[in-house]
Design a protein around this ligand. Structure first.
Ligand SMILES: *Cc1c(COP(=O)(O)O)cnc(C)c1O
Ligand SMILES: [Zn+2]
Length: 397
């Protein structure tokens, strides 16, 4: 019985197939490649009941993950984050069945650890000894942590404006860190230059390799398992590069094919800040691709992605599930960040807070009903961005 049911890689745009036994980047047509599994084999080999008996981390789904030999698994205990009911917040928003999947408890503080754990493990298995990536900060922290754990070198390039704590994390994990006075696209340019001079390094930027999305897929697997192999009516996700929502959609389709969930897939909602909303704009225009956002600016730094490589996959997932895309202002999301903390004791990151604002707006517009079970992804801890909340402390009299 194989540890993984991985069968091949294929291109969602042109249909080309690739050998997963070799290091692969994007398809020759430019699209990201996606991992495919022998789901009939997996269905014969494992059941939800087997999975329930396994350790509480994302490797419990190893048949649906790409690592073929458990000796290559690089882990810091990631996954099976809590799916928390939000009764007070839900009541205030008119959505009583509101849940937050809280990724703030992940190693390095964000859900980026999922993609890094699976991506680094699979890279190690394929013989990669060094990885390089442009990042808005959180992915760099996560990938340099897992690279350190794997004994791998990492080269990280991020905007100078990225959250300072992510810089500190990369330095602590021994990454070669470079800052660029610009955006993530400028960082990507520097990484591409460096890679030309360093043949041993593998480009692990967003959707540049096929396995990060497999790690992020586990959010969808966990949501289904935590709801008793059921699905909520709606899943709300803060989209930057969109890897998480692509992964969740992929997970739910694989679970439906396995026969572990049934019924309509949840309506998927992508949330972006008004200061950088290329996917929302494309969704409204009925376009298949987004246009580069001219001057992105938002406190939700992880969402500062002016043009995503996988934009067409995100837009496809929203449309296929009857979902939607919502833009929210920084002012509104910062107010909701405090509201979640005050009402529920949960300090969400600005990206997660943006999803709460989106729920508020979608309930007001009637797109959400009071009966809908809604799962919001809080993609990281608020502690990464301490400056988003003004802390006034009066002296004791
Ligand atoms: C990277 C990031 C996002 C966006 O994730 P994508 O998979 O790129 O869409 C959201 N929230 C946080 C905290 C992030 O670091
Ligand atoms: Zn292709």
């Amino acid at each position: 019985m194989p540890y993984s049911a991985l069968s091949h890689l294929d291109c969602p745009r042109c249909g080309a197939q690739r050998d997963p036994g070799r290091v692969q980047g994007t398809c020759s047509c430019g699209s990201p490649l996606l991992a495919r599994y022998d789901l009939e084999l997996a269905a014969r080999q494992v059941s939800p009941r087997d999975i329930a008996a396994r350790p509480a981390d994302l490797w419990r789904y190893h048949e649906l993950l790409p690592v073929g030999d458990p000796r290559y698994v690089v882990t810091l205990g990631e996954g099976m984050t809590p799916l928390l009911a939000m009764p007070r917040l839900g009541k205030a928003l008119g959505v009583p069945n509101l849940l937050i999947k809280d990724e703030g408890t992940m190693p390095t503080g964000t859900f980026k650890a999922r993609g890094a754990a699976v991506g680094v493990s699979r890279a190690a298995e394929l013989g990669v000894r060094a990885v390089a990536m442009p990042t808005n900060g959180n992915a760099g922290a996560a990938w340099s942590a897992y690279a350190a754990r794997a004994g791998m070198r990492s080269l990280i390039v991020m905007p100078a404006a990225a959250p300072a704590v992510t810089r500190a994390a990369c330095a602590a994990f021994g990454a070669e860190l470079h800052l660029v006075d610009g955006l993530i696209g400028d960082a990507a340019g520097l990484v591409a230059d460096a890679l030309r001079r360093r043949p041993g390094y593998c480009d692990v930027g967003t959707l540049k390799e096929p396995y990060r999305v497999e790690g992020k897929k586990t959010m969808g697997l966990e949501i289904a398992e935590q709801l008793g192999w059921g699905m909520p009516a709606v899943i709300v996700y803060p989209a930057g590069g969109g890897v998480g929502i692509i992964g969740i959609y992929k997970a739910l389709r694989e679970l439906a094919e396995l026969g572990w969930v049934c019924g309509a897939l949840p309506r998927l909602v992508a949330v972006q800040p008004a200061g950088c909303a290329p996917i929302v704009t494309a969704f409204r225009a009925g376009a298949a691709h987004s246009e580069p956002w001219p001057e992105p600016k938002t406190v939700a730094f992880g969402l500062t992605v002016p043009k995503a490589l996988g934009d067409f996959l995100v837009l496809g997932a929203l449309r296929a599930t009857g979902g939607t895309a919502v833009a929210v202002t920084d002012e509104a999301l910062l107010a909701d960040q405090r509201e979640v903390a005050r009402l529920e004791g949960c300090f969400v990151c600005p990206e997660g807070a943006a999803c709460i604002t989106a729920v508020r707006q979608l309930r007001e517009s009637g797109w959400l009903s009071a009966a809908d079970e809604v799962v919001v992804l809080n993609t990281g801890t608020g502690l990464i961005y301490p400056d988003t909340v003004p802390a006034r402390a009066a002296a004791l009299p």
